[in-house]
Design a protein around this ligand. Sequence first.
Ligand code: ZN
Length: 81
Amino acid sequence: MTALRRPCGWRNYPLIRAHRIVRPDGVPMLAFWCPWCKCEHTHGAGAEPGNGDGHRVAHCHTPDSPFIDTGYVLWEQERAA
Ligand SMILES: [Zn+2]
């Protein structure tokens, strides 16, 4: 089991397990399926695994999404062993 290292302040935000994708223009992104918006949200991933981890402003467009108020913490799942 991979230990999650996150600063104390992160604990107050929803933790989102995200996976790395690469946009057609070659930019690496972190993506996850949003249960509120019923679509995939993406954020910049950075060059190395884990570079994109951390708190983000929500990309939600559904007014009912609780993520709009809190944002969320992205946690990249696929990592090199
Ligand atoms: Zn959303």
